[in-house]
Design a protein around this ligand. Structure first.
Ligand code: HSE
Length: 436
């Protein structure tokens, strides 16, 4: 059978990796897909650079729109990143009847609903395994492997850069700034690291995971997002003393009132496997009613892990190319006319446990005031840590771990505690998840 023709847009890290993996594993990939998959066209704004990546024998088109709509190709792989240009190219490819494979989580988080609707109308597929957790086949697992289950919650380490920084802060007892500088020196963090360290990249990925897990539209703007920039070495140390490790988690949970979607630093019991995912690695924990807990672990970024996911999508798309569009696996796992309008809970209605750290004057009655404020709001204390004031100082650190309560009760308690004359500065609040 004739090979299926692919246009590759972008020859950066992911594009170069995809080209290399397809070439290296061509024979096995063909045996799996049923026909050869051939990158016959490369769209690249810098043709000289692209030529160095893909070598001779492949047509290079500097006009990306032309490449995305070229009549000779059946699949377009979008690996240029960014939002507006990528959206334009993907929609043009869909309008021209091409299937699309993309690794672009920002694109899907912001424009996924529009893109999937366009693909549905055009009878083509948009595949995006590489958009979440790099090489881990988590999209496939949620969309197909777990399709017999009611998914209850997902908790994922889905930003490798932040996880690397947290590992560094713990292992080397360094500040956030020092750990970030090392991540940048090693090439893990971008020169502008805000997408990673502010939790935005993780929120992009969480909006995709939530849609697939719960059969809801993409709703990036409703995700509560808090990054790791304010974490201190002291918090990491105190968490360890209490038997916890701090991770930046993306959490999506179904409750009676609606769906929680949140990205924030989280204390996890050290004995959980996911608490021991270190460095740039990713992991996603899924709780589902029939199977129970499953854990997916692997490289969340990098040339060949990303290529692994992109090529798997190419194989899938090649297999279903001839299938009747009505009988294909739906983009977001659930049939497009069966998406639910389940409300997304505001953060104030989220129920979880809390780590609170405060600096107090070491004098009588301070603890009594704090515990009374918590008790008045029915917040029960699970553990408590008081650190001796340093020599010559009058201030002591206090750490309180609470049982589960509503976020709005903790907000109110924190406001009252901060108003006490004996409490210095702001209360640090980190959420705690048992993940049991
Ligand atoms: N910047 C991401 C991370 C990888 O650090 O995990 C691409 O999403």
């Amino acid at each position: 059978m004739e090979s299926i023709k692919v246009a590759l847009l972008g020859t950066g890290t992911a594009g170069g990796g995809t080209f290399r993996v397809l070439a290296r594993n061509q024979e096995e990939i063909t045996r799996r897909a049923g026909r050869a998959i051939e990158i016959s066209l490369v769209g690249a704004r810098d043709p000289g650079r692209a030529r160095r990546v893909v070598g001779e024998g492949v047509r290079i088109e500097p006009d990306l729109l032309r490449a995305a709509t070229d009549p000779a190709v059946e699949i377009v792989v979008e690996l240029i990143g960014g939002q507006e240009r990528a959206r334009e190219l993907v929609l043009a490819a869909i309008a021209a009847g091409k299937h699309v494979v993309t690794a672009n989580k920002a694109l899907l988080a912001h424009h996924g609903n529009e893109i999937f609707a366009a693909a549905q109308a055009a009878g083509v597929t948009v595949a995006f395994e590489a958009a979440v957790a790099g090489g881990i086949p988590i999209i496939k697992a949620l969309r197909e492997g777990l399709s017999g289950n009611r998914i209850e919650w997902i908790a994922g380490i889905i930003n490798g850069t932040s996880n690397f920084i947290l590992s560094e802060m713990r292992d080397r007892a360094v500040t956030f700034e020092a750990a970030l500088a090392r991540a940048q020196a090693l090439g893990y963090a971008e020169a502008d690291p805000s997408f990673d360290v502010e939790g935005i990249d993780a929120a992009h990925k969480l909006s995709i995971l939530s849609a697939i897990a719960f059969g809801i539209p993409m709703q990036f703007s409703k995700i509560y997002t808090e990054g790791i920039t304010r974490l201190t070495a002291a918090d990491i140390r105190y968490a360890e003393e209490l038997g916890y490790r701090i991770k930046l988690l993306g959490i999506a949970r179904r409750s009676a009132a609606g769906i929680e979607m949140r990205v924030h630093p989280t204390l996890i019991p050290t004995r959980r496997l996911i608490a021991n995912v270190e460095g740039v690695m990713n992991a996603v924990l899924v709780q589902a009613d029939a199977v129970g807990v499953t854990l997916y672990y692997g490289a969340g970024a990098g040339a060949e892990p990303t290529a692994s996911a992109v090529v798997a999508d190419l194989v899938d798309v090649t297999r279903l190319h001839t299938a009747d569009p009505e009988n294909r696996v739906p983009h977001l796992a659930f049939q497009p006319n069966a998406l639910a309008s389940t409300p997304i809970l505001p953060m104030s209605e989220v129920r979880t446990s809390y780590y609170l750290r405060l600096q107090v004057l070491d004098q009588p009655g301070v603890l009594a005031d704090i515990t009374r404020i918590l008790a008045d709001r029915s917040i029960s204390i699970e553990a408590f840590l008081q650190k001796e004031p340093r020599a010559g100082q009058a201030e002591a650190d206090i750490v309180v771990l609470t049982h589960q309560t509503l976020e709005k009760h903790v907000d109110a308690a924190i406001a009252s505690i901060e108003a006490l004359a004996t409490v210095l500065g702001r209360v640090t609040r980190i959420r705690v998840e048992a993940l049991g």
